[in-house]
Write a protein that binds this ligand. Structure first.
Ligand SMILES: [Fe+2]
Length: 450
């Protein structure tokens, strides 16, 4: 087994490690289900209601993760006869947009819990007799288990976004995070040169992260930290939302239609900024990364600041490339597991950590908090890498390529370590801000600096 046995996805499988891999998969399955059940441990009314047309009722997400597990682990990988084929259509995200899901005859909370428990029991049976060295690409290295574990974590994050929109208090824990470290350089320099983007080796990486391919970049500067609330508030107070110079044509259209005046969930009270967070109203903590901004807001801020958003390639190089070793790291600091001292992941607290909280999580170039805290918008459209092959199904990534989505990187405080790595790509529409999204800025180096 590789050092640290981390991030699941990095596991190297051979005969002797198969049992440990299976134990680890079982533990991850239990852990992610614990989160899903905790976020839906509520009155039925909260679970069946639609809190925003952007989101599914929570009970839809709950049964959907079980249905996905049934489709992929039981039927595709396990060859097991369908348990509830009649509900497949209801939980097919491509057949029914989120706004329509409350009107579907979906399972109620008690039935949904029973269904996913029944599926899970059989999944553990499949795992028991499973050979991670099976050459079938769906089974090799436990890919299909990685698929459903990451999928469920992603829905757990979606459920947290739904809970935040619902304004319901009481479901979300909060814990101490490390203190921030104000001061120090604001930007880090990344010299010109090639790096290897994406991966061909991480066994649980999604199709859109593959294959690894060289990308040659000119020199650039990138922010050491994500943009903080204090800096973003300065943009707002400088009239940033009123000044057409900072907004692209599309961004300006979004601004007029949305009538946004500040990040989502911010409230102006006299001279102070407050926010609502999981049903509580509290002052905006100025040393935290800004979150709940859409791509257009990030773009406008960057222009106001005389900067730009990093491309996805710039983001990944600054995050994961080790120029001394000439290889990509699984995480900014190396290949060891994310722990509580390195990144704010896995919903330890229900918020981003202050800027500078994780010096031990710095990348080779000195960029910090690239993983955890907030998803970071990049300038890039969501597109396939050269040599892309869709796997295991077109609807995972391929149908989203070139459809106006922008790439987000790094994972938020709500993302789980099992679904975060240097190469991981998330994508969303540039108007979305109910997600836990922030950004950092970049700029091209001058000729003298390069
Ligand atoms: Fe899904």
């Amino acid at each position: 087994m590789t050092k640290g046995m981390s991030g699941l996805g990095r596991m190297i499988v051979d005969g002797t490690d198969a049992d440990r891999l299976k134990e680890r998969i079982a533990a991850e399955l239990i852990a992610v289900r614990g989160r899903s059940l905790a976020y839906t441990d509520a009155e039925d009314d909260l679970l069946v209601r639609q809190h925003s047309p952007l989101m599914s009722p929570l009970v839809w997400d709950l049964a959907h993760v079980g249905n996905y597990e049934e489709l992929w682990v039981l039927r595709e990988a396990g060859g097991i006869t369908p348990l509830r084929p009649e509900i497949d259509d209801l939980y097919d995200a491509f057949r029914h947009p989120r706004r329509d899901r409350p009107s579907l005859p979906i399972l109620g909370p008690a039935e949904a819990r029973r269904y996913i428990e029944g599926v899970r029991g059989r999944v553990l049976d499949v795992l028991d007799g499973f050979d991670p060295n099976d050459p079938d690409p769906l089974r090799r290295g436990g890919f299909v288990f990685g698929l459903v574990i990451q999928h469920e974590h992603q829905h757990d994050e979606t459920m947290l976004a739904t809970l935040q929109l619902s304004g319901e208090p009481g479901l979300v824990r909060d814990a101490e995070l490390p203190p921030g470290r104000p001061g120090g350089p604001e930007e880090v320099f990344v010299p010109a040169g090639p790096f290897l983007m994406g991966t061909s080796t991480l066994p649980w990486a999604y199709d859109n992260e593959r294959p690894a391919h060289p990308v040659d970049l000119p020199a650039y500067w990138i922010d050491r930290f994500p943009v903080g609330n204090a800096a973003y508030a300065a943009f707002v107070e400088d009239g940033g939302y009123d000044d057409p110079r900072w907004w692209s044509e599309e961004g300006g259209r979004w601004l007029r239609e949305s009538r946004a005046r500040a990040p989502l969930f911010w409230i102006r009270d006299g001279g102070d900024w407050w926010r609502t967070r999981f049903g509580r109203t509290e002052p905006v903590l100025m040393d935290e990364p800004v979150q709940h901004v859409c791509w257009y807001e990030a773009e406008a801020y960057a222009r106001w600041a005389g900067r730009r958003l990093p491309t996805e390639a710039e983001w990944e190089k600054a995050c994961g490339w080790d120029p001394v070793a000439g290889r990509a790291r699984a995480y900014p600091w190396g290949d060891d597991d994310p722990g509580p001292g390195r990144a704010n992941l896995g919903h330890r607290a229900a918020r981003p950590a202050p800027l500078g909280a994780y010096p031990a999580g710095a990348s080779a170039y000195g960029a910090e908090q690239m993983v955890g805290d907030v998803w970071e918008w990049t300038a890039s459209h969501f597109l396939p890498y050269p040599g892309f092959r869709s796997f295991p199904y077109r609807e995972y990534s391929e149908v989203f390529f070139g459809s106006g989505h922008r790439v987000l990187r790094g994972g938020s405080w709500a993302a789980d370590p099992a679904a975060v790595r240097t190469t991981f790509r998330n994508w969303d529409l540039p108007i979305r801000r109910q997600i836990f999204s922030g950004f950092r800025c970049a700029r091209s180096a001058s000729a003298e600096e390069s």
